[in-house]
Design a protein around this ligand. Structure first.
Ligand SMILES: [Zn+2]
Length: 321
């Protein structure tokens, strides 16, 4: 039994991806006191994460109460097991919460990375002051998470918020999930690149684009050229924004969320993508719903998942869910 209240303790939040971990020491209010990053190998992953936790624990001015981990995959909140993840080694999926708990000697909370990112932005970023928030992260994949009346909405089995797998084109490209034409198949970073390559081949207006000079461009390169006045690159970003805005209009109509927060690497294109998202959502959503929603960019950048994972660990340590 500790005499301290939870807010006098600190928490470690970790974002786990295929090749790296990003960890932060976080207060109960979501302020970052320190950060650590490390490249990961797939062998004995829990021990590598435990080392990052130990370093932050040494640096902490107060006892670390719990560890939260955001993973790229579906996590069953009851069992703490990662159910589906294309990015993590199979051994980790089996009992990450237990092995990490044993390696750190601390309670461990495991959650989907989009859920963690949403909690971070809600408590300490672009979602502050709202009670109902939809969070979208657009990068290599597209994730989503929902905060309703101040709480993360997990759904029946913990898998709510799979925004990237909403169908946007019934005749479209096959998705990794098995469906055809998911939002992710047109608007994730690799798919923005794929669409741009396809259009470079058949669109005569693309002939002036600098993107034609480099066969290995990335979504960040497309955004960069768009910012430098490349009309074709700007068109590709705008069309991507329209796809995202179309899906967001459906979310706004369904939930009447107060705020929609957009994060992830693709949003680094700024207004080049945010404005088309807003314009398309305005065009497609029921007007009173659109007018009661603010669509804004996330503000925490790479801190969102570690902060949110730490706060989810705090909630779990306090007996919440
Ligand atoms: Zn899909």
């Amino acid at each position: 039994m500790s005499a301290r209240t939870p807010d006098e303790q600190t928490y470690v939040g970790v974002e786990l991806c295929a090749g790296a971990a990003r960890a932060a020491l976080v207060t109960g209010e979501g302020a970052v006191l320190g950060r650590r990053e490390a490249a990961l190998t797939s062998v004995d992953l829990a021990a590598q994460v435990a080392r990052l936790v130990a370093e932050l624990r040494d640096a902490s001015p107060a006892p670390v109460a719990a560890v939260g981990v955001g993973v790229p995959g579906l996590v069953n909140p009851q069992t703490g097991r990662v159910v589906i993840s294309s990015d993590l080694p199979a051994a980790v999926r089996e009992d990450l919460r237990e092995t990490l708990g044993a390696a750190t000697g601390l309670p461990v909370a495991l959650d989907n990375d989009a859920n963690a990112g949403a909690m971070g932005e809600y408590a300490a970023g672009a979602g502050r002051g709202s009670r109902n928030m939809f969070y979208v992260t657009i990068g290599t994949g597209i994730g989503g998470a929902l905060i309703l009346d101040g709480r993360l909405w997990r759904g029946a089995s913990g898998f709510a918020g799979e925004f990237g797998h909403i169908t946007i084109d019934p005749e479209g490209v096959e998705c990794t999930c098995g469906n055809v034409g998911c939002l992710e198949t047109v608007a994730s970073a690799p798919n923005i690149v794929r669409r741009t390559h396809e259009r470079l081949m058949r669109d005569s207006t693309s002939s002036l684009s600098r993107l034609g000079l480099n066969k290995n461009f990335t979504a960040a390169d497309i955004a960069h050229e768009a910012r430098n006045g490349d009309d074709f690159a700007a068109l590709m970003m705008a069309r991507t924004g329209r796809y995202i805005g179309t899906a967001i209009a459906a979310v706004i109509n369904l939930l009447n969320t107060e705020r929609v927060v957009l994060g992830g690497g693709v949003m680094e294109a700024g207004d080049l993508i945010l404005q088309p998202v807003i314009d398309e959502a305005r065009r497609r959503a029921f007007q009173p719903n659109f007018e009661s929603t603010q669509i804004v960019a996330a503000t925490l950048g790479p801190d969102a998942v570690p902060i949110g994972a730490a706060l989810l660990a705090r909630e779990a340590a306090r007996g919440g869910s």
